[in-house]
Design a protein around this ligand. Sequence first.
Ligand code: NAD
Length: 295
Amino acid sequence: MTSIINGKEIAQNLRDKIKNEIIELKNIYNSVPGLAVVQVGNVAASSVYVKAKTKSANEVGIKVFDHHLEENINQDDLLKLIEKLNNQINVNGILVQLPLPKHINEQIVLDSIDPSKDADGFHPLNVGKLSIASHNDENLLIPCTPYGCLLMLKELGIELSGKNAVVIGRSNIVGKPMAQLLLKESCTVTIAHSKTNDLPNVCKNADILVAAVGRPEMVKGDWIKKGAIVIDVGINRIDINKDGEIKTKLVGDVKYSEAEKYAYAITPVPGGVGPMTIACLLRNTTIAFKNSNLS
Ligand code: NAD
């Protein structure tokens, strides 16, 4: 029987652990981790994510500093705010919600965040540390979505070493760091992308298949090796006709109804990777707090 990897439950356990840790940290340091959340403009999906992140952070005892800026703010003013947050002692993590408006260069903004406060793990220094195998995961600020995927894989209690892993997608925020994390676990990693030849056959070789594409239900059941573990990162909104009414439904990059016939274990959408991403943001903020108190 295919096992459904319950991201909600695994994320809840991680949040509970972080909450207890923050109680202990408060007893030791008489302060709690602080997270600055910067949103520019009013992209609807960003507002949903910011709200969910803020709620979860508050629930575990992280103090949130909310900075919601006008869509037309200029890049220099945004950089000035980041500089201020870099120097603000009670801010341990800085999160800039992406995407930013077109007139702002995202990479310049991400590069301006103090690497020790990089709650998303996107700063080049943290990206570099992740790629250097000798760095210990415990203190690293790692991109939240791929780290959440790795924690779900570990939860299965399966030996990862030596497994063939295929990651579809080569973005800086999901695909590439996911591949690095799997490589650190001694998987044999293939990164597939939009120019990959014969993607179905590449996928069929995967003991672990991670789909991070952004194309609704692209990965079909017969692309999946019997007994593989499937992690579906995709979040796609599609319109469906329900009793004559058009409704929006969330689906992943994997055609779940087919894939569950082949997979040993699979993440659902929603309720899979999504909750893990937020829990890992709380983890990074807490690690940044601990690192700052140790340095
Ligand atoms: P992205 O657009 O930056 O990257 C998509 C990648 O898919 C690219 O590297 C591209 O080469 C590859 N690709 C595109 N078309 C392809 C095709 N036909 N065949 C093979 N590869 C193809 O997207 P992203 O930011 O990495 O996000 C990917 C998906 O994951 C999106 O659906 C996004 O919403 C979702 N996501 C979910 C979470 C979460 O918390 N669950 C977090 C981040 C992203």
